[in-house]
Design a protein around this ligand. Structure first.
Ligand code: FES
Length: 196
């Protein structure tokens, strides 16, 4: 592993938690209704999260907390995108027939812009969080590993689009959340043009 790769590896997941909305003014609520309302904290936990991805270089991934779940944002390299094309016959649901992504992510890269992947980092088997396993940093994954994500709990493997490999205990692909771009380097997770 080169020094540059080691440095990237050490940087690991960056955390961004900028809540942008979701807390709506309630107005003059009657006491009984107010007592049934979710707390401000609960509402904030469900709010969309704004993320600045301007610092994210090719091959780097950051982690964002949204609704108590880890969400990954990965700026994929051309090699990572090529590895997805080559994985079609190795994954369970190459045509994305299971509803695990919004319509605008129902494409080969499972994203709005091919180079930027946004994915809920929760394994669809029993809920562990898989590990980021680029090919060049993962000699432990074997010679045929083209890179992706690996869940060490029970061995599920996913490609760089979050599609699960055949034979894994995870039954379906990782989920793509709703998201949209506010600018080239700014996205909102948990909301799209249709609203939250
Ligand atoms: S929770 Fe990921 S393989 Fe079981």
């Amino acid at each position: 592993m080169s020094e540059k790769e080691l440095d990237k590896s050490k940087r690991g997941f960056l955390v961004a938690t900028s809540v942008v909305g979701g807390v709506t003014a309630v107005g003059a609520a009657v006491p009984f209704a107010a007592s049934m309302m979710p707390s401000e904290r609960a509402k904030a936990m469900g709010a969309p999260v704004e993320v600045d991805i301007s610092h994210l270089g090719p091959g780097e991934m950051m982690r964002v907390e949204w609704r108590g779940k880890p969400v990954w944002v990965l700026r994929r390299t051309p090699e990572m995108l090529t590895s997805i094309e080559k994985s079609d016959d190795r994954v369970t649901d190459p045509k994305l027939e299971v509803d695990q992504q919004p319509d605008y992510a129902k494409n080969e890269a499972r994203s709005i812009k091919p180079e930027v992947l946004v994915l809920v980092g929760v394994c669809t088997h029993l809920g562990c969080s898989p590990q980021f396993k680029p090919k060049e940093m993962s000699p432990d994954m074997g010679a045929d590993w083209v890179g992706g994500f690996y869940c060490p709990c029970h061995g599920s493997k996913f490609d760089f689009a979050g599609r699960v490999y055949k034979g894994a205990p995870a039954p379906i692909n990782l989920e793509v959340p709703r998201y949209m771009y506010l600018a080239d380097s700014k996205i909102v997770i948990g909301e799209d043009k249709k609203g939250a």
